[in-house]
Write a protein that binds this ligand. Structure first.
Ligand code: ADP
Length: 332
């Protein structure tokens, strides 16, 4: 139980500030939860009472464990948005006072800025350095490199494509934050949508695709949704061995349209599944030439699905394969 003093302090605080606040007992159990905390987190007072933060959120970082609570930490919501909230903890008489700061939106933007700067400086530098090294070698040693000219130029082209792709994803990720994602909504066939997606990936992909999309149409921003589908197919190709088929199925329901992308690839371990839609999250932390992405593809795909009022879901079994399902509702 919260002590009387804390109860009284909490009640008067809740009246004077509009911030989302809560009290945790010394065992880390919620004993008070303000109305603003309920509306910010989407977790009602009744649901929060008596629970630990680990039960209320999908992730708490740094992990609270036992005392002492770090001065500031981040929690991620349990719904599919996996929204991050910034929290500050203050040690009080027999527990902690928590504030889910009103600054959290700005904190998130600041974090995003520094994440992008880090990604740009670490990850974009590598392909740029490769392009420069190969171009310089070709220019300075035309005779010695004559035999490998085609190979060097292919490497330059491949790295330039990767850069272009990364920049496109970063720009889309920035548009997500500006909430300027959807520009139009029109009716297109699932087949036409898939054609657009495959155009983005390149001709070599088409041979591995098994289509089950005939006769289905959906209402969407075709340019955007094709990007989401392309990101998912691109992963399916990257994370499964050459030649294994990628099945794409479209189905129409009363509520809308389902697009499924199934691969028989390496799969994703259960512990990673909750995080793969987060910005910059990658199971393999190191970049490799074949699978090196920036952890933005699924983040962008999820944001695009949500901009359509829909969602994206994943099912996966290690070494058996992964299925991503995009659910796009019918809407005017
Ligand atoms: P990236 O650009 O690194 O591919 P994504 O956001 O598209 O980033 O994917 C995040 C991570 O999820 C990937 O790095 C990969 O580890 C995992 N992943 C995504 N799709 C698949 C898949 N079809 N099979 C196995 N792992 C996948």
């Amino acid at each position: 139980m919260t002590s009387l003093r804390v109860d009284v302090a909490f009640a008067s605080l809740e009246r004077v500030i509009s911030d989302a606040i809560a009290v945790l007992s010394s065992e880390g159990i919620v004993t008070a939860w303000s109305a603003a905390a309920a509306s910010l987190t989407g977790i009602g007072h009744e649901a929060a009472q008596g629970k630990s933060l680990d039960q209320l959120f999908s992730r708490v970082e740094p992990s609270l464990g036992f005392a002492p609570v770090p001065a500031s930490f981040t929690v991620w919501s349990k719904d599919e948005t996996r929204r991050a909230l910034h929290a500050t903890a203050l040690s009080i008489e027999d527990g902690w006072f928590l504030s889910f700061g009103a600054q959290q939106r700005f904190d998130a933007i600041d974090r995003l800025k520094s994440e992008i700067v880090t990604a740009v400086s670490h990850e974009l530098k590598t392909p740029i350095a490769t392009i420069k090294a190969f171009a310089t070698t070709l220019r300075e040693n035309p005779d010695n490199t004559a035999h490998a000219r085609g190979e060097y130029l292919a490497t330059i082209e491949h790295e330039a494509d990767r850069l272009a792709h990364a920049v496109e994803q970063l720009l889309l990720a920035a548009r997500v934050d500006a909430q300027h994602l959807m520009t139009r909504r029109e009716r297109v066939s699932a087949d036409a949508l898939l054609d657009r997606a495959l155009e983005r990936i390149g001709a070599s992909a088409a041979a591995r695709i098994e289509r089950h999309t005939q006769g289905v149409a959906l209402s969407c921003d075709p340019e955007l949704l094709a990007q989401a589908v392309a990101n998912v197919i691109d992963n399916a190709l990257k994370f499964s061995s050459d030649g294994s088929p990628i099945a794409i199925e479209a189905e129409h329901h009363d509520e809308g349209t389902t697009l499924r992308v199934r691969d028989r690839g390496i799969g994703i371990a259960t512990e990673h599944l909750p995080y793969i839609f987060e910005r910059f999250y990658r199971v393999e932390r190191t970049l490799s030439a074949s699978t090196g992405g920036y952890g933005l593809g699924l983040f962008v795909a999820r944001e695009i699905a949500q901009a359509h009022g829909g969602k994206i879901e994943v099912e996966s079994a290690p070494r058996q394969g992964t299925t991503f399902t995009l659910r796009i509702p019918e809407r005017a």
